[in-house]
Design a protein around this ligand. Structure first.
Ligand code: PHE
Length: 346
């Protein structure tokens, strides 16, 4: 049989071979055998040299056509295999069954508490304001009536970056920033992270606060009282009792600490005859620091204390989250254990 005849016989041979193939490995072996570098087609083509110059063009053309044909045969075979695999796959399960629900993540309890507090104040007309976590000494202390060497600075264990730059110890810097850039009246709420050189069972070096500030003409302590009472009741329930205790902050005068009746024992100090472990028996929980903005603060941001007055407050978000969700250990908030996180709504 001459080479041309052998060449034209290849598709028939491959057809026969494909009929016997049962695995992907066998198919690959057949491909190498027919189309590989040392395969049947290559072998036949190597005889081209032995042909006369007149015979060569026809042989070349036939070789190309056969090659195309062989490739197509393999491709078709692969396609058929794929279709068969898919059909077998589809036959193996019920496509009308519902899918498995994957846990898509949920909001962190701190985020939830933050959103809830902000929403209460936004509903009262407050705007959200912000500022950086790395602050100047001026915004964090000096403008808030705490000059260098002032003993009140010791109330907040600060993480300094340089002498004049630090990680903000409270969100009260947001008050300063906002007043420096805007004219009164204003009502803002400033949620964010704050940092202190503090780490034990009840303190983490980073925690969250929400600052509030309202400045206008004729703002009084009665406004502070009404606003913060409404806030506490919106978050913890209408029956919650609120009390205002004299306190001290360098940037408010007078200053008050706001307590609310204990969420655990309702204010009695006892649960089932035992001393309440949330309020330690006092019936009260401290929830906010606040006061009337000190005239010295207004002066340092360029407001006239004879023209305007206002109140400010700051609250710890971890505290709100723990009370709202009944968390027993502050550290749960920062361990990112999915068994814990999983329990909060998305
Ligand atoms: N900045 C105070 C703190 O971190 C809280 C506070 C804010 C008190 C605003 C009064 C007014 O302790």
């Amino acid at each position: 049989m001459d080479f041309l005849e052998q060449l034209n016989g290849l598709p028939g041979k491959l057809d026969e071979r494909l009929g016997r193939i049962a695995s992907e490995a066998e198919l690959e072996a057949a491909r190498v055998d027919f189309l590989g570098r040392k395969g049947r087609l290559a072998e036949l083509m190597s005889h081209m040299r032995e042909l006369s110059p007149e015979e060569r063009p026809a042989f070349g053309q036939a070789a190309n056509a056969v090659k195309e044909r062989l490739i197509t045969m393999f491709e078709e075979r692969l396609k058929r295999q794929e279709e068969e695999r898919e059909a077998a796959f589809l036959a193996g399960f019920d496509p009308s069954l519902p899918g498995r629900t994957l846990w898509t993540g949920s909001l962190h309890p701190i985020t939830l508490a933050m959103q809830e507090v902000c929403a209460v104040f936004q509903n009262m007309g407050y705007e959200i304001a912000g500022g950086p976590e790395v602050e100047t000494d001026f915004n964090c202390f000096e403008a808030l009536n705490m000059p260098p060497e002032h003993p009140a600075r010791d109330m907040q264990d600060t993480l300094y970056i340089t002498d004049k730059v630090l990680l903000r110890t409270h969100t009260s810097c947001v008050q300063v920033r906002t007043m420096m850039h805007r004219k009164p009246p204003l009502a803002i709420i400033g949620p964010g992270k704050v940092y202190r050189r503090d780490s034990d069972v009840t303190h983490t070096p980073m925690f969250h606060q929400i600052e509030g500030l309202l400045v206008d003409k004729h703002v009084t302590m009665a406004d502070l009282r009404g606003t913060l009472t409404a806030f506490v009741r919106a978050v913890f329930g209408e029956k919650t009792r609120v009390r205002f205790r004299p306190s001290f902050f360098p940037f408010t005068e007078p200053s008050v600490e706001v307590d609310m009746s204990c969420t655990q024992c309702g204010g009695s100090g006892h649960v089932d005859g035992q001393v309440c472990r949330v309020c330690k028996g006092s019936g009260w929980l401290e929830i906010l620091g606040s006061g009337m903005v000190d005239p010295a603060v207004f002066t340092s941001v360029g407001y006239d204390p004879d023209e305007v007055s206002g109140f400010a407050f700051g609250l710890g978000v971890e505290r709100v989250a723990m009370l709202k969700y009944g968390l027993t250990d502050l550290r749960m908030n920062f361990e990112n254990d999915v068994r814990f996180l999983h329990q909060f709504p998305a």
